[in-house]
Design a protein around this ligand. Structure first.
Ligand code: NDP
Length: 449
């Protein structure tokens, strides 16, 4: 049954994706992305593998031969090895997710008033996964460069798997929804396929598809792709370069941080507001492994040797970006846990009390933090993340624009996310949000934006 009461309609505006009614333009945009985004991952693979990372060489060949001819010539096909590896990977991760012990954490209240609990075993799953991978490689049972060597087949196959999983999520939302009143329909099937219908779809009571896909498939594979490219560089070059070592160190720190702080992730937009559709399912199964790791892929194929001083400075800035990102997120996490008992930078934290209604008709309360980083700008965590991502691209030391894709993507993603989140928060908290914006007028950088 579709939600239609005034209460549900009102609550629909304060959570999840925008717009109860999509225009034809919105549907066209969503359908273009469903087609163009997978093509984008294929083009990135082709440029890195066959054009030495040069977009201009790729563009010249396209101008000469035509895009269709280039795509036909170089597009990777799904392979048996890739399909088998992905099936084994998903199966192994599902077992770890289901059976490894972990602390229980709570998400945020959903619009229908559910407070879902999650078993947080991401860190132990990361350790087990990498230990098993290390042991298999050590005893010669698995090629550490397998991912890099089979990258074309893996990109093609993860594209198909991501599209398929999004399709199954779409069907499940109609046939067997986990929380029927937490679904959101836009009136456009294409848009619903793209953005998702169910907020927190589960298999059974506990197997949360969104947490599994985002964290145990997407984030988990990131470090393995980096390590595999490092191994490939070693096998082809005879040694590993400082740039790939520092890049992998920086990204491992980010991934490990994610798993160490998994309970914090439950309060982020991904889990609390984004629905489970193509955007998240395909995004975490295919886009994240393909695009976030471009730097390591580039260095695996085309090693660079920037000066050590340059690498040291960029690495230090990367660490600074990470420290900022972590400290901002920690402050909000502590504020949510401790409320008025929380102290920030040695002083009692200051808050604006904001209220909102869930669809069960209950009035609930949030505290908007106005101290520390959250008094400096409204999204200082995004600033730290953007600095970090630019540094991880700069570590490659190449002038090819393609190695900057991750940083450009993060800047766009987070700027867009900030705008859409703030629109939602204005509706959700009303005057309290306006008061917060007056008190903290800057979104990212004071004096800039
Ligand atoms: P935030 O963690 O900043 O969460 C935003 C939410 O926080 C808002 O929706 C609101 O939620 C609440 N909020 C906003 N202002 C305040 C305040 N002053 N006090 C208390 N609560 C407030 O955003 P994200 O979930 O987007 O990002 C989390 C982290 O993940 C960020 O550091 C980001 O950089 C990173 N990230 C990384 C990505 C990647 O691909 N590597 C992708 C996306 C994010 P509510 O409605 O519950 O009040």
């Amino acid at each position: 049954m579709r939600e239609s009461t005034p209460l549900l309609h009102n609550a629909n505006k304060i959570w999840g994706r925008t717009g109860a009614e999509r225009t034809w333009l919105g549907s066209l945009g969503a359908s273009s992305l469903v087609f163009l985004a997978p093509v984008g991952t294929i083009v990135v693979y082709i440029v890195l593998t066959f054009f030495e990372g040069s977009l201009s060489s790729f563009a010249s060949s396209v101008a000469e031969e035509g895009l269709d001819a280039i795509l036909v010539k170089y597009t990777p096909r799904p392979t048996f090895e890739a399909a088998f590896a992905i099936a084994a990977w998903v199966g192994f991760q599902a077992i770890l997710f289901r059976f490894l012990p972990g602390k229980i954490g709570n998400g945020q209240y959903t619009p229908a008033g559910h407070l879902l609990s999650y078993r947080l075993n991401g860190l132990s799953a990361w350790i087990v996964t990498h230990a098993v991978w290390g042991a298999l490689c050590w005893f010669g049972l698995f090629d550490p460069a397998f991912i890099a060597r089979n990258w074309g087949g893996l990109v093609a196959t993860t594209n198909l798997v991501g599209v398929l999983v999004a399709g199954l999520a779409f069907a499940k939302a109609y046939i067997h929804p986990t929380h029927p009143h937490d679904r959101k329909f836009s009136g456009s099937s294409v848009y619903d396929y793209y953005m998702g219908i169910e907020l927190n779809p589960r298999l059974g009571r506990d197997f949360d598809l969104k947490l599994f896909t985002n964290s145990h498939l997407g984030m988990m594979i990131w470090t393995l792709v980096d390590f595999s490219n490092m191994a490939y560089q070693y096998q082809t070059l005879g040694h590993v370069t400082p740039s790939i070592v520092l890049l992998s160190a920086l990204q491992t720190l980010y991934v490990l941080d994610f798993f160490v702080n998994e309970s914090w992730y439950l309060g982020t937009i991904d889990i609390a507001h984004d629905h489970y559709g193509f955007y998240l399912a395909w995004g975490c199964i295919c886009f994240l492994p393909s695009i976030y790791t471009i730097q390591a892929q580039y260095l695996g194929l085309h090693p660079t040797t920037p000066p050590n001083v340059y690498l040291a400075v960029v690495f230090a800035f990367g660490i600074a970006g990470y420290v900022m990102f972590r400290s901002v997120n920690d402050q909000r996490h502590q504020a949510r846990l401790l409320g008025h008992q929380c102290r920030i930078w040695g002083k009692p934290a200051e808050f604006i009390t904001a209220s909102y209604a869930t669809t069960d008709g209950r009035q609930r309360e949030s505290l908007l933090l106005c101290s520390g980083w959250w008094g400096w700008s409204r999204h200082a965590n995004y600033v730290g993340d953007i600095v970090f991502s630019f540094c991880s691209c700069a570590l490659v030391g190449s002038s090819h624009p393609i190695v900057w894709t991750y940083a450009a993507w993060m800047a766009m993603l987070l700027a867009h996310r900030c705008i859409r989140d703030e629109k939602r928060l204005e509706v959700k908290y009303g005057d309290a949000w306006v008061e917060y914006c007056e008190r903290v007028p800057w979104r990212f950088l004071p004096g800039v934006w």
